[in-house]
Design a protein. Structure first.
Length: 266
């Protein structure tokens, strides 16, 4: 069994057509503002083996190793890279290998997960609760005890595999305002569309895990820590090159650089 988590994170791109140049002693002209649309998505995937989790303290487990894969802005590309990495690692060499795909409900993930014949699709448990929290805050008030109790009960029922009971209970609710009705309909639709991916009791019993925390952490290490500091904007070529170096470092493959031929760009 292999666990695959995948998600996307936005990266600010350069809008200038050429480099700024100083005229004499004048300061550099300011960068043009980043208008809407001047962003690209970095998609990141994490591959891990549940059998390589170790218990570091009671109830807390850590990974012995994981492998990160990233690419700039192409859903098909990230899944091609993930498949190639799985093959390279030898994790798809048996006919009965199950690939567990954990995602936040985005259609681009589920549509491409079909490339794995033996798979189990899981909606990230915490994303499912975020939708419940959005409704609870609107219905019962931000920070209210009633909202907290309502979501806590939802979490217990979902973790116990009672997704159909949860949906039925939501459908019996009668919100009093159009805004609440719209929010409730969105929650029901989200759970109904992903109900087959929300059998959390079974996933926990099988040791699959139900959260996408691994890929959320990977985004912070791959993208946020290096690409999204104050004022950073990237050319497409620059972002792709640095992503490749970042992955070598985080996958503990930095020594591979010694085997690559260096090409002068001067």
């Amino acid at each position: 069994m292999v666990v695959l988590s995948v998600d996307g994170s936005m990266l600010g791109m350069q809008v200038r057509k050429q480099r700024r140049r100083r005229q004499g002693c004048e300061p550099l002209p300011p960068l043009p503002p980043v208008a809407e649309g001047q962003f690209q998505e970095v998609k990141t995937g994490v591959l891990l083996l549940p059998s390589e989790r170790v218990e570091t303290s009671p109830g807390r487990r850590s990974l012995v190793r994981r492998f990160l894969v990233s690419c700039l802005g192409d859903a098909d590309g990230i899944f091609r890279h993930l498949y190639a990495q799985l093959r390279e690692l030898g994790w798809l060499n048996t006919a009965d290998t199950v690939v567990v795909i954990v995602g936040d409900g985005a259609e681009w993930i589920w549509n491409r997960a079909k490339m794995f014949v033996r798979r189990c699709e899981i909606l990230d448990f915490w994303h499912a609760l975020e939708y419940a929290w959005d409704f609870a805050r609107m219905a019962y008030g931000e920070g209210s005890q009633q909202a907290d109790r309502w979501v806590h009960q939802m979490a217990e029922d979902l973790r116990a595999g009672k997704v159909e009971d949860v949906i039925a209970r939501l459908k019996r609710m009668r919100p009093k305002t159009p805004e609440l009705r719209e929010k409730l309909e969105g929650l029901i639709r989200y759970y109904s569309n992903n109900a087959t991916r929300m059998h959390y009791d079974e996933y926990l019993r099988l040791g699959y895990g139900i959260g996408s925390g691994a890929v959320e952490s990977a985004h912070k290490q791959v993208v946020h820590a290096r690409f999204r500091q104050a004022g950073m904007r990237w050319s497409e070529a620059g972002a792709r090159r640095l992503l490749a170096l970042r992955l070598l470092l985080l996958n503990d493959n930095w020594a591979l650089l010694d085997r690559l031929a260096m090409v002068s760009v001067a």
